[in-house]
Design a protein around this ligand. Sequence first.
Ligand SMILES: Nc1nc2c(ncn2[C@@H]2O[C@H](COP(=O)(O)OP(=O)(O)OP(=O)(O)O)[C@@H](O)[C@H]2O)c(=O)[nH]1
Ligand SMILES: [Mg+2]
Length: 341
Amino acid sequence: MPDLLKKKNLDILEKEFGTINKLSEQIISGDIRTLSRCITLSESSREDHQIFARAVLGKILPKTGNSLRIGISGPPGVGKSTFIETLGLYLLKKNKKIAVLAVDPSSAKSGGSILGDKTRMEKLSQSEKVFIRPSPAGTTLGGVGRHTREALLLCEAAGYDTIFVETVGVGQSESAVSNIIDIFYLLISPGGGDELQGIKRGIVELADLIIINKADGSLKKDAENIARDYSSAVKLLRPRFNNWVTKVLTCSALENTGIDKIWNSTEEFFQKFNKEREILNYRKDQYRKWLREEIIQNLNKQIYSSTKINGLIEFYENKVLVGDILPSDAAYEIVNNFLKK
Ligand SMILES: Nc1nc2c(ncn2[C@@H]2O[C@H](COP(=O)(O)OP(=O)(O)OP(=O)(O)O)[C@@H](O)[C@H]2O)c(=O)[nH]1
Ligand SMILES: [Mg+2]
């Protein structure tokens, strides 16, 4: 880190936010304000802030890795927030410390949904053992990955043992999130008609638990039918892990039914993988991917911020456009040139 942040800048940042040592101590002691502030710094568009936050994170890295990392996804309105509230309250009784990171594509900057989600998770957010925070999806492809991962690690260092990463909607962010979490819940609710069609197959393939929510009142029968459909459908899919067949369960987040079954399955999942150390290997794979993503992003940034290369890109772009050279050959020349620099 010291290479990346000049001593002078570091002094200024430490004066403004506190020293790296102090900040990391406060996070480890569970200080929520410091945790929030460091997450904000890591999400900042200012590079010096990001590097500074990473310096804090680097310091507390040995304290990370001790949570159950749970991804939750599902179409808008399926009941994700209600479900997290109900499951969260259930887990509080088991003495868990819970963090909820809601990946919000709409709030690249403003942190838009936090109020909405806090009111939906009203009881949960009142507990001092719960930390709820939107995680902006960011503007880059890797945005979800980096922001959320850093927030998650910071939460782990602060002692949260169960961390939910909620993604809104069903799309690109889910596969990014699946590179961060251990177990993936897909929530589905009855009432939409053609449910099996509505959710992309790729998302269903990511799920370790498929949870049919809203199995209550007049929707109960439909929920059971959909559960049956999914149970046969998942048999045709390739599971994420060799020794885990995707489970399909029903619940009502509103009426608080079926929650214990879901938690029992989750514990079964973790027991199985801890025993076989598969989780550890899986997390190693995630770190390998993370490293590679960051390399690409770094290179990308460096290439496009080099004036010399930008000139070269323009030169080759003109040649490409008049049909003098193939884009792939032009790219090869440009990259070669950059590497010689
Ligand atoms: N009947 C019934 N309604 C539910 C259940 N869970 C949630 N709802 C209702 O469904 C609506 C949406 O719930 P949310 O928890 O906000 O859904 P969400 O998936 O977080 O929605 P977004 O964050 O907007 O994507 C609310 O009106 C809830 O009261 C349930 O188990 N049964
Ligand atoms: Mg929600």
